[in-house]
Design a protein. Structure first.
Length: 528
């Protein structure tokens, strides 16, 4: 068999050396492993309405319309249908959209090609550069970089495949593309079956309505004035409204009170201008909860230009709205945290500069303090801002000062997760204590040690965190003559904390006490 253009000279079948087996060009498992883009239910909703219009106005062009929609929804470079010929020996490229549109009328053999493989396996298949296994495909330009093919069944009978193709590496298919193509393949099967029916108009309308009802949560029709004059089983199932409650404009009663006026106004405007309705609003579900839906409705226009009625459908978008609200809250929280962090960095810069003896001294002090801030932030990010492990925070701040002999530093305490508003200043305080110990305290002497320990005890329905920093083996500590920024930071950085620093002859001692709320973020980490 030869593959050929419909409008140019035939493509000669090219015989190339057979170098690859079938499995080497099939990569279907990659669909589940690749990152999947989020569903675009609004685009699918518009596509369903466009298909409804195509079925009503020009049912014979439904396969071409489906190919165009698959091309758009999957962001493919080519899309189309391959249908078995009457003798079932070949596939004919019946409808194609995109870069391969000029190949309409071409095809491939049933017993040796991607389409035949899909029907043999009765499952969707992802092919990568299939010409390596099926050399005749090398003559079809542009070449196939990746193709997603699904079996196309009508009434239980295998009649062909439905496919999308990319021609370069700028695009890769994923599990979302498979979901979209599976839904469209169901439409294609229903549409093609209706085309083969003797009663094409009545059969196509009824089957398409049933299929839309299976794909959308609600499908319905209203008259030219937007009033319900016939029942909608899917509306009743979703909202719990009876026909008596739903008829006329009773359907507005199912909408959230805050949305009714807006949606009624949109309908009035659409009826006056004969333009589609696109909106999102909340509906009272039969369970009693409020659900977000996306609606798309279009006028059905007679040949004489009069509006016969409207057809529309609703898709439940509650999950998307929930996700959007979560993203909004997260972005707000992120902006708040960034603002606070910048304020802290600014304050550190000003105070460090004020207390530094030279530019080199400023750079050293400032770098260390910002690094301590970053360490605390990294721990919070790793825990999705739910808290920072105190032991990890302590290790990150102390161990660099005892790299040559880790026995000089002891960290001991039960598992504690510090909330974000405490983790950052706690990290700064530990950094300041460690820096002072390394410059003037026990870690400045080869035999000096530091022990950081903490306990968590109940107090007044809260939990009191008591941390103790104890230095030994260093020079005899002396209280500073003045109160520098480092001392102020140690004593005042942690919100609500009581800090006591004592300069004992045998070593510096610092205790920190701060109350923690009950719960996962403010107290003991849960046991694994």
């Amino acid at each position: 068999m030869t593959t050929h253009h419909a409008e140019t000279e035939p493509i000669k079948r090219v015989i190339l050396p057979y170098r690859f087996d079938l499995e080497s060009v099939i990569s279907t498992a990659e669909l589940a492993r690749r990152p999947s883009r989020p569903p675009d239910y609004a685009a699918e909703n518009r596509a369903l309405v466009a298909l409804a219009q195509e079925m009503a106005s020009s049912p014979s062009g439904i396969l071409q319309k489906l190919a165009e929609i698959a091309l758009e929804l999957c962001r493919a470079h080519s899309a189309g249908f391959s249908l078995l010929t009457d003798d079932r020996k070949n596939f004919s490229w019946t409808a194609i959209a995109g870069q391969w549109a000029r190949h309409v009328g071409g095809g491939t053999p049933r017993d040796f090609g991607p389409c035949g493989t899909v029907l043999d396996r009765n499952a969707a298949q992802l092919f990568s550069r299939p010409e390596r296994c099926f050399p005749y495909l090398a003559a079809a330009a542009p070449p196939i970089e990746e193709g997603l093919l699904l079996p196309f069944y009508v009434g239980g009978e295998a009649v062909g495949t439905f496919w999308v193709i990319v021609h370069d590496r700028s695009r890769r298919f994923d599990a979302e593309d498979l979901r979209v193509m599976t839904n469209l393949a169901a439409f294609a099967s229903a549409a093609y079956q209706s085309l083969r029916s003797r009663n094409a108009i009545a059969a196509s309308a009824e089957r398409f309505r049933a299929l839309v009802a299976a794909s959308a949560q609600i499908v319905w029709t209203v008259d030219a004035q937007g009033e319900a004059v016939e029942d909608s089983p899917s509306w009743k199932a979703f909202t719990g409204q009876t026909y008596e409650q739903w008829k006329g404009r009773g359907w507005l009663d199912a909408l959230h009170p805050e949305d009714r006026t807006r949606i009624a106004g949109l309908w009035d405007e659409a009826i006056a201008t004969r333009s589609p309705v696109d909106a999102e609003y909340r509906i009272r579900h039969a369970s009693g909860e409020r659900r977000w839906t996306s609606v798309r409705a279009v006028p059905l226009i007679r040949p004489n230009g009069a509006v016969e009625g409207w057809v529309g459908m609703n898709v439940d978008i509650t999950d998307r709205k929930t996700w959007e609200e979560r993203q909004r809250l997260l972005l707000g929280e992120l902006a708040h945290r960034v603002k606070n962090t910048l304020a802290v960095v600014q304050a550190i810069a000003h105070e460090t500069l004020r207390s530094s003896d030279s530019s080199e001294d400023f750079v050293e002090r400032f770098d260390g303090r910002v690094a301590a801030l970053a360490t605390a932030h990294n721990l919070l990010v790793e825990a999705n801002w739910e808290g920072a492990d105190l032991a990890a925070l302590a290790r990150n701040q102390l161990l660099p000062y005892a790299a040559e002999n880790l026995d000089r530093v002891t960290i001991d305490g039960e598992p504690i997760s510090l909330p974000g508003d405490l983790a950052t200043p706690f990290g700064l305080v530990l950094h300041e204590l460690a820096t002072n110990a390394a410059k003037h305290g026990s870690l400045s002497h080869p035999d000096g040690t530091v022990k950081l320990s903490w306990t968590l005890v109940p107090r007044d329905n809260l939990r009191l965190l008591r941390a103790v920093w104890r230095e030994k083996g260093g020079p005899q500590p002396r209280a500073p003559k003045g109160t520098g920024f480092g001392t102020q930071l140690i004593e005042n950085a942690i919100p609500g904390a009581t800090v006591n620093c004592t300069f004992h002859p045998d070593g510096f001692l610092c205790t920190i006490e701060v109350s923690l709320s009950e719960g996962k973020e403010h107290g003991a980490n849960p046991e694994p």
